[in-house]
Design a protein around this ligand. Structure first.
Ligand SMILES: Cc1ncc(C[n+]2csc(CCOP(=O)(O)OP(=O)(O)O)c2C)c(N)n1
Length: 565
């Protein structure tokens, strides 16, 4: 029989070694769901008492919780599930994190090494399955490999471009012996970025030369700025250059959006004609921690190739020069790259704040008219405006695709810097925000967390409402309710002559569904009642859901057609 005292012995079992190695890397919480092949791991977690285990209702959401947790804490998020379906279900969350450069570790237990190849229930080639989706992965064959595998996984996840790792733990590997003397770790690998790399001074000088000559440099910041914690270095540099700062959706939080040089989100999922104009006017574009992908650049049209010189700062050497001919590739940690530029640049640029203020005014004026409308169904702008007013500066908003992502990206104002808003921008799978907000709340419990989702998303994640209730989490879920896959219907409107096909679904009373799960819930149809209802929900001490009957995207104002990529 296993007893705690056995842990003092020279050997421990594989499952115990996994738990000890997680602790050694500073892991405090694991999100996941049990299974037959996970029994040794669960027993080790039970006996060792930490990390804390958060039981989820499916593995996809366990991975999304680990992702949300990692985004707000700067630490590796950990999730787990059993073999077979546990591995295939955890996969969507793992690949989203990997492509979004978020370090999460997924552990799937597996059938015994001794049972391989015998048509064993749940047997699956986890090595091949996870290889293209992760930065590092392994299926362990011997328990003695556990400490080394865990060290390699943490090193891979938090150095260079952060990413996801996967380890499969066969049942008999969990039960095999591990020498206690093998259990050592570098705890700094549990946070990211764990090893910052500095740029080549030669390229720093080249970039500085370009920026000294630039008349109108514009920075486009991606998620890399927030991942690197480079907000202060960015601010010093852009103020020195008087350069406008646009961001991607993941780059929200790079700069306080009230700053006179903040230009807002650009691209086809939250950019507006005004923010696009800022990019088009640039003679030098500095991409920072940003892959210059299809959404940010509106399919590589803004900036137009050749219209501006390009300086591209990224931790991943494969990024600069991938989508634009690059004048200066600056490879390294964003914070170190920006600091290096700051050290050798002393030019004060022409003040662009007045022109930017005009552009911002034009954008907000259009927004204000719609945000103040008392029309029904409620306009999405009204939802953004009320949350903007009610939420504290340090609150966290997580947005799903559909209506939430573009509207909140464009109009939800980040007051302060750091991770206060995020969405799943790599794959944009519906149903992310509910679970990610739970992970975010567990990572940063002192602030209010709100998830905003369409009803399409709600249908893909509702089971985790039980988790929020069981854990008594004071997270507020906002459902944009319009009984349609609205974003796609808007695409059929603008691109296919309004031939609407298979995009409408039935009306659900999401408040009643939430009530059945045990949440305090509200349904709002009158825009005049929205503010008070949201206030009530947000100030409640437990989980709440607000179902808002909202104008569908295909009926909304013109710029939506520009948002459809
Ligand atoms: C898993 C998944 N399947 C399909 C899509 C394609 N898709 C993008 S937006 C969208 C519609 C979103 O509908 P809803 O959540 O109701 O929000 P709305 O657009 O109506 O605000 C769909 C189906 C997706 N992003 N994710």
């Amino acid at each position: 029989m296993n007893k705690p005292v056995e842990l003092q012995a020279a050997t421990l079992n594989g499952a115990e070694a996994v738990v000890e190695m997680l602790k050694a890397h500073g892991v405090e919480v694991i999100f996941g769901l049990c299974g037959d092949t996970s029994l040794p791991l669960y027993d080790a977690l039970a006996r060792l008492g930490s990390p804390r285990h958060v039981l989820t209702r499916d593995e996809r959401h366990a991975a999304y919780m680990a992702d949300g947790y990692a985004r707000v804490t700067g630490k590796v998020g950990v999730c787990e599930g059993p073999s077979g379906g546990g591995a295939t279900y955890i996969l969507p969350g793992l690949v989203e994190a990997n492509e979004s450069s978020i370090p999460i570790l997924a552990l799937n237990t597996d059938v015994s090494v001794s049972s391989r190849g015998k048509f064993t229930l749940t047997e699956l080639d986890q090595r091949s399955l996870m290889r293209p989706l992760t930065k590092w992965n392994a299926v362990l064959d011997r328990s003695a490999d556990i400490p080394r595998a865990l060290r390699e996984a943490f090193e891979a996840m938090t150095t260079g471009r952060p990413g996801a790792a996967h380890i499969a733990l066969p049942f008999d590997v969990q039960n095999g012996p591990v020498e206690r003397s093998e259990l050592w770790a570098d705890p700094t690998l549990g946070s990211y970025p764990s090893r910052r790399t500095a740029p080549d001074p030669f390229f720093v000088e080249l970039a500085a030369k370009l920026l000294r000559k630039a008349k109108n440099p514009v920075f486009i910041c991606g998620g890399g700025v927030v991942l690197s914690g480079a907000e202060s270095e960015l601010l010093v540099l852009i103020e020195k250059l008087a350069a406008p700062v646009a961001t991607t959706i993941s780059g929200k939080g790079s700069i306080d959006e009230r700053h006179p040089l903040a230009a807002g989100v650009v691209g086809s999922n939250g950019g507006t004609p005004e923010t696009r104009a800022v990019v088009d006017e640039a003679d030098v574009v500095v991409f920072v921690g940003c892959r210059a992908g299809s959404v940010t650049t509106e399919r590589w049209r803004h900036p137009a190739p050749g219209a501006a010189k390009i300086v591209h700062i990224d931790i991943d050497p494969a990024v600069p020069g991938r989508n634009y001919p690059v004048d200066v590739p600056l490879v390294g940690d964003a914070r170190l790259c920006l600091a290096a530029l700051d050290q050798i640049l002393d030019k004060k640029g022409t003040d662009r704040a007045a022109a930017l203020a005009k552009a911002r005014q034009a954008k907000l004026e259009k927004f204000r008219i719609l945000a103040e409308s008392n029309d029904t169904p409620i306009k999405p702008e009204r939802v953004v405006a009320e949350l903007n007013r009610i939420l504290e500066d340090d609150s966290i908003v997580v947005a799903d695709p559909g209506t939430p992502c573009p509207y909140f990206s464009a109009f939800y104002e980040i007051r302060g810097t750091g991770r206060r808003f995020f969405s799943n921008r790599a794959h944009g799978a519906l149903g992310y925000s509910l679970a990610a907000s739970i992970g975010a709340h567990i990572g940063r419990p002192a602030v209010k967390t709100v998830a905003v989702m369409g009803d399409g998303s709600f249908g893909m994640c509702a089971g985790e409402l039980e988790t929020a209730v069981r854990l008594k989490l004071p997270v507020t879920f906002v459902v944009i309710s319009n009984a349609v896959y609205g974003w796609i219907k808007a695409g059929q409107k603008t691109g296919y002559g309004e031939r609407y096909f298979s995009v409408d679904f039935g009306v659900t009373d999401h408040a009643k569904v939430a009530e059945a799960f045990g949440l305090r819930s509200f349904r709002v149809e009158d825009p005049r009642k929205l503010k008070d209802t949201l206030k009530q929900a947000i100030s409640h001490g437990g989980p709440t859901l607000v179902d808002i009957v909202t104008q569908p995207l295909h009926e909304a104002r013109a710029p939506v057609s520009e948002w459809v990529a």
